[in-house]
Design a protein around this ligand. Structure first.
Ligand SMILES: [Zn+2]
Length: 563
């Protein structure tokens, strides 16, 4: 197989710029009990907190980026909102201690910045609730003589109720009521009557109005994905993951997706009417997202990594699992798969900088873990294959998992040890180790060396890969939307970008089809287009967006310098 990974050579310089009391335990239940009742007709929630001891105030566990005092309704004749520093409190009006508290709120579906959405809705009216916005946390008064709970409760137990509905979470399905002992970052709880799709290795709640083609693909490929990972790693899942897949904003004229993961949970949302038309590329993106997140069930949950600074293993590994899965299922062919790795390798070389890869989290360059990690995984794959063509990078993970059955954790040394074992040499392992922990003056040289002994051809090229040219073209629109609207909404086609109307954002209030920027084709000459944009931004210049005929369709000012 004569694949080529092109590494960008001469133009590198330009790109670097962008870039407890045990005896009492038996007698007193020191847990916090949270009773949550869903009121379907009103789409609202009643919550009752039962505390193990009377307290003067309570505080929430999670900071959460929304205003609880606006959403949660408390009985104002008895309770009031208070603050201690940054921490929001609920206190009694007369200062007396209390041992229980009731609150109510209507389902809250807005996106919450950098946090889990409070509620999500399915098109049949059923809902998800994220548990941990409701969790109470460490009592902020540490002095036990003042606050008898001290630092925190001895665990939290959630009690869920919803008449005539199923309550489904973490691989289990209950009728009308359920109990959950809160763990970790919390979970999503489903209240509704959609019949779960259950297979041996997963359970999924899928929106009934999901467009047929997307539904069909989901039903067919989601279970296959889990089987594939199990087979390739010889590591069956130790839990039954649950996938929540809803379809929202069905009439809006666009298509996008969002989602998140929690232990044993993948939550996916697709938005917009454009999902109704079959769109392979759009589904591929969604599938890649799912496949990446699902890979973390193996390399992050069943087996956890020891060091955050070595995240290249699990992030690059997850991208690699996802790329191979997409090829396995025919969503992309082998050439397209190599293009994904090629893009990762170029981004790694161009954006990592000279600092050691393990400094990336400190430097807030998390993307390096994905891009360099995927490149390191691909190099591992080819080195393993040169030794034994029947083996793959999955065998490396299989061996890491096997070697760490005792404590279910792994580290970088485990990776290098198994790589050395499978390749019969420590050459690549040593080089990856160096790349991870040392300053590298020439990223390109070292990356190219990983592939030198493999069947993969590496050419150094001054041609930017198509994906990168397009990327920078799109970046112009992205930056302008961010500046003016603080949000981004567009779709890209073969040679133009179609923007969707953004309400109350003058510059992008109407939809547009943009093909040229200041006379330069957005996709044909994306890098030049971005550079000219960047220069304009230095003086707050005006950018002309143009249509197919190069007619100006918008004049938009650049409001700040861009990288
Ligand atoms: Zn990830």
């Amino acid at each position: 197989m004569g694949y080529e990974v092109k590494l960008v050579n001469k133009l590198l310089a330009i790109f670097l710029l962008f870039f407890s009391c045990p005896t009492l335990a038996a007698e007193i239940d020191f847990r916090l009990h949270i009773h949550v009742q869903y009121q379907q007709e009103m789409d609202s929630w009643k919550v009752r907190y039962e505390l193990p001891v009377a307290v003067e105030h309570l505080a929430f566990d999670r900071q959460s980026n929304f205003d609880r005092s606006k959403l949660y309704k408390i009985d104002r004749s008895k309770f009031k909102w208070g603050k201690a520093g940054d921490v929001l409190l609920i206190q009694s009006v007369d200062g007396s201690k209390f041992q229980s508290l009731d609150l109510t709120f209507g389902s809250f579906y807005d996106d919450i910045q950098k946090d889990y959405t409070h509620n999500l809705k399915f098109s049949d009216g059923s809902v998800l609730l994220y548990t941990n916005h409701l969790a109470l946390g460490a009592n902020i008064i540490a002095d036990k003589s003042i606050s008898p709970i001290g630092q925190s409760f001895r665990g939290t137990q959630f009690h869920f109720y919803s008449p005539k509905q199923n309550i489904t979470f973490l691989g289990n399905n209950f009728k009308e009521k359920a109990l959950w002992n809160a763990k970790g970052e919390g979970t999503y709880i489903y209240f509704g009557n959609i019949t779960p799709i259950e297979t041996d290795n997963m359970i999924a709640i899928v929106d009934p109005t999901l467009p047929k083609w997307a539904w069909k693909n989901t039903q067919e490929y989601f279970p296959k994905l889990f089987e594939y990972y199990e087979r390739k790693t010889s590591q069956p899942l130790s839990f039954k993951p649950i996938v929540f897949f809803n379809y929202d904003q069905i009439d809006a004229d666009y298509s996008n997706y969002s989602g998140g993961t929690l232990d044993g949970v993948v939550q996916l949302t697709i938005n917009g009417s454009r999902w109704k038309t079959e769109d392979k590329n759009q589904f591929n993106k969604l599938f890649h997202f799912l496949a990446h997140e699902a890979a973390h069930f193996w390399n992050g949950q069943m087996f956890s990594f020891e060091e955050q600074m070595h995240s290249w293993m699990h992030e690059g590994g997850a991208d690699t699992f996802a790329n191979f899965a997409m090829q396995e299922f025919g969503f992309i062919d082998s050439k397209q798969m190599m293009q994904k790795f090629e893009a990762a390798a170029n981004n790694c070389v161009l954006k990592k900088g000279q600092q050691a890869l393990d400094k990336s989290s400190e430097l807030r360059r998390y993307r390096n873990y994905y891009t360099c990690g995927a490149t390191m995984a691909l190099a591992s794959h080819f080195a393993i294959q040169s030794k034994d063509a029947s083996k793959s990078v999955f065998d490396l993970w299989k061996n890491i998992f096997k070697a760490n059955q005792q404590d279910n954790t792994y580290n970088q040394q485990d990776y290098f040890k198994e790589l050395t074992q499978l390749t019969g040499s420590n050459t690549l392992a040593n080089s990856l180790d160096k790349f991870s922990k040392q300053t590298i003056v020439d990223n390109q040289l070292i990356v190219a060396s990983w592939f030198a002994q493999t069947e993969l051809g590496i050419t150094l090229s001054t041609d930017y890969p198509q994906s990168m040219v397009r990327h920078w073209g799109k970046q112009v629109i992205y930056e302008l939307m961010q500046m003016h609207c603080k949000r981004v909404s567009f779709n890209s086609y073969a040679d133009y970008v179609s923007t969707y109307p953004i309400k109350a954002c003058g510059a992008f209030e109407h939809s547009m089809e943009v093909q040229f920027i200041d006379g330069l084709p957005l996709f044909g000459e994306g890098i030049d287009a971005y550079n000219s944009f960047r220069t304009k931004c230095e003086n707050n210049g005006t950018v002309f967006l143009q249509d197919r005929e190069k007619e100006n369709i918008a004049e938009i000012q650049c409001m700040r310098e861009v990288s």
